[in-house]
Design a protein around this ligand. Structure first.
Ligand SMILES: Nc1ncnc2c1ncn2[C@@H]1O[C@H](COP(=O)(O)OP(=O)(O)OP(=O)(O)O)[C@@H](O)[C@H]1O
Ligand SMILES: [Mg+2]
Length: 320
């Protein structure tokens, strides 16, 4: 939790995206409208002026699991070369959105364009090419427990290239070096590593194939503050070195603010706003301010409301 958020001056990027107002839907949780005017900071609706080429465009996405609607009329654009952070409450669909962006999850409706080409219309060869460009750091570190770290990190190279064992070992060694792990770690098993080291191995594995796009799904969850800071620096460093387009899903604002060009908040089944931190804060929208200042506040408020409801339900009329 951050009481005083770090000041961060975003570089020039694609301007804030603002969809025309938040929709009302029968299933949507009713939100009290903002009454008192909150200063002159609200910007008029505007479309993004792309200073960079869109790399991935999700538009008009609908996705549900049974009765549970995850996305409704959701749009999201990821620009070539940017680092976009996705913020939002747990369980709202951040991981699903990022997997959808790279064709790992299919929408029920809507379009996913990769460099302007519809992912759903791609043939096997095109999909194979796309997957070669993309690397996904899964939320759970997802290491193969029965394989050494070398086999884990080098997996993509063993499977998809004709590199010799020596070449793969060298590439794996260099990737580990980038995330601050020594060569000796290559011969250990995942069970021999701490949680933070496993996360770093996950990052090394993601970049060993020299992908163009890396999705980091909550890479700092459950780590101590020092490790969180270190992983944040590594993400910035990896991005610089490999010139990747990156999507970072995180609950850690400090990391998000430190490394992102743009941020977006998943709210009410869509990404209503995307932009630099300053642009999002200038909107001063109560629905997303919690995520830009104190993401725990919304959760605490809901718990307090639930507690109050339960307490009210437990109250029995006093016996005369
Ligand atoms: N294959 C699936 N079948 C049914 N429901 C699913 C499936 N995958 C995800 N969900 C549900 O979709 C919702 C969104 O999941 P998702 O993993 O994207 O959340 P998230 O925003 O990444 O949360 P967190 O911050 O906790 O990682 C959750 O309620 C989850 O239970
Ligand atoms: Mg997730």
């Amino acid at each position: 939790m951050l009481s005083t958020p770090p000041r961060w001056a975003p570089p020039e990027g694609a301007p804030v995206k603002r969809r025309g107002g938040l929709p009302t839907r029968s299933h949507a949780t009713a939100r009290a409208p903002s009454t008192a005017p909150r200063g002159p900071s609200k910007q008029p609706p505007q479309e993004p002026k792309a200073t960079r080429e869109p790399l991935i465009e999700l538009s008009g996405i609908y996705k549900a699991f049974g009765e549970q609607v995850i996305f409704e009329d959701m749009d999201l654009t990821i620009y070539e070369g940017e680092l976009l952070s996705i913020l939002g409450e747990s369980g709202t669909g951040k991981s699903i959105a990022s997997k959808m962006a790279v064709g790992l999850v299919q929408p029920d409706d809507g379009q996913v364009l990769f460099r302007g080409r519809d992912v759903l219309e791609m043939d096997r060869d095109e999909l194979r090419k796309l997957r070669k460009e993309v690397s996904y750091v899964f939320q759970e570190d997802a290491l193969f427990d029965s394989m050494t770290i070398l086999e884990n990190v080098g997996y993509g190279l063993y499977e998809h290239t004709r590199m010799s064992d020596d070449e793969i070992r060298e590439r794996a060694r260099r990737s580990l070096e980038v995330v601050g792990l020594e060569e000796r770690v290559l011969d250990l098993m995942p069970a021999n590593l701490s949680g933070g080291m496993r996360k770093r191995v996950g990052l090394a594995r993601a970049v060993v194939t020299e992908p163009k796009i890396v999705l980091f799904d909550d890479p700092t969850r459950g780590l101590d503050p020092q490790s969180i800071t270190r992983i944040g620096r590594m993400i910035a460093d990896l991005r610089e070195r490999f010139k990747i387009t990156a999507v970072l899903i995180t609950h850690d604002l400090r990391t998000a603010f430190a490394v992102s060009d743009r941020l977006t908040v998943l709210h009410d089944h869509k990404f209503p706003y995307s932009g630099t931190l300053d642009e999002l804060r200038a909107l001063d929208d109560p629905a997303i301010n919690d995520f830009l200042y104190d993401p725990d506040a919304a959760m605490r408020r809901r718990w307090a409301e639930a507690d109050a409801r339960h307490a009210a339900a437990r109250m029995v009329p006093p016996v005369e």
